[in-house]
Design a protein around this ligand. Sequence first.
Ligand SMILES: [Fe+2]
Length: 222
Amino acid sequence: MSNLVRISSSPACAMMASTASISRFSVSKVTSKVIEPHIDARTMEIHHSKHHNAYTTNLNAAIAGTDLEGKTIENILINLDKTNAAVRNNGGGFYNHNLFWTVMSANGGGLPTGELLAAIESSFGTFEEFKAKFAKAGATQFGSGWAWLCVQKGGKLDVCGTPNQDNPLMPEVGCGGTPILGMDVWEHAYYLHYQNRRPDYIEAFFNVINWTEVSRRFALEK
Ligand SMILES: [Fe+2]
């Protein structure tokens, strides 16, 4: 995997400035108003400053003094001992949200282009078929979790869902490949504005998908 980093976010994201961390994971900065009205600023602010911050703080506590300290988050998740609930939940929460912030943009939405669109059409038939499958993965995830678009080596794409803060990098989650797009369907991601209307939030999410960033991730991993 070519993008193994121990920083809080991708430098390609226009929404935030990342902060490198030498020995500890750190919380990225998010400009929360840029994707209104699709996702409201208050939700983004709480999501980032409270939820994401808590995952990050708890991850640092969980790995302090262990042999995981100093490893990349990708390395930690790929080799995860799933019985280690603190690292599983908080490491997943840290990684998942960092990806989540980068794949949303005020200039997002629409369709991807180029090789990513070709791969989507090759893997799913049409963009609309991909969209329906991705939306269904999010809408049918019982309780809290995530919907993912993953890429396998060779470029084949797949859609899946995971519960809680699990993600496709973790072993034996029934969902393989490297995630290049993730949608948070925890209620904390949408409840203030959408209440129980998760499908409405999912539809709105498609209006902010940063396909430029998803394409960048696809090119790195295909
Ligand atoms: Fe979240």
